[in-house]
Design a protein around this ligand. Sequence first.
Ligand code: ADP
Length: 331
Amino acid sequence: MSEILIENVNKYYGNAHVIKDISISISDQSFTVLVGPSGCGKSTLLRMIAGLEQVNSGNIFMDGSKINDLPPKDRNIAMVFQSYALYPHMSVFNNMAFGLKLEKRPKNEINDRVIEAAKILQIEDYLGRKPRQLSGGQRQRVAIGRAITRNPRVFLFDEPLSNLDAALRSDMRIELTELHAKLDATMIYVTHDQTEAMTLADNIVVLNNGQIEQVGTPIELYKKPQTIFVAGFIGSPKMNFLTGKLAQKFGGDTIGIRPEDISISASRGELEVKLRHLEHLGPDTLCYCNSKEYGQILVRESGIRSYNREQTLHVNFNKKDVHIFKGDRRI
Ligand code: ADP
């Protein structure tokens, strides 16, 4: 069991109120992703779970016990950072064994645990190397391996893939998902990248300015964003937002329509637009259109499309795909 309950937690840095009365329930063996723009408080929240930052008010429980005042080393939590935080003068083996040596574990046990973690992460061949002799992806595996050797109840990840290139990031996402299934551990993962949140999480917590915007599965957030912020944050390319008469027709102040829920017709449709720009992604074409009344409307059409710049076109969408907002909330 390793369930974490965050209850009405607040954090101030001087006068700045950076975590505002946050409550989250993180179930045993879940993969929870805290996502939001830079500065919204994700790392602060993670560091409070790890015990690296004090909570100003509220409580954090692990398996029913309050851990607010428990030192980090007694929380049985392992943290993996964006910067890897490896010791450059130590071999991969010694980096991975470091925590266990500090705990004065028997030599045999240290050896077994390091080898087992190295096998899981397929870095057995690099155990004698120094970190500088490894690629970024291999270094991050060592940092994760060091966390695994400690057999923690909870893994915390703070933007662990941000220093890797796009192809490696997508490989590592798959590896992390497989690792989660293999270890049956509770994992809490911080990122500003909505793609990582969507692809890794069982449960996503969207944070904005120190507060929770919405908690839900990736599909729930995509299909039913409860606020304009979540609607704009989850999904790439971004949802289109339209105000004015069209929004009023739907009973809202704003409506949102995802680019993939709009289609283009040369002859007739809901709105007349002019084509401004095309981007060919291969499987899809992004069509940047402009409506006189509503401004830019981005349409994602499947396949390779060719329209002429400045061509007059018409856009269509189904009522069921329209997200309606009053103020900043969904209705
Ligand atoms: P995120 O991880 O979402 O980018 P952080 O949790 O790092 O955000 O920071 C939240 C807010 O707290 C930011 O405004 C940041 O500038 C501020 N902050 C973070 N750490 C400190 C600190 N040690 N002292 C003062 N302000 C801090």
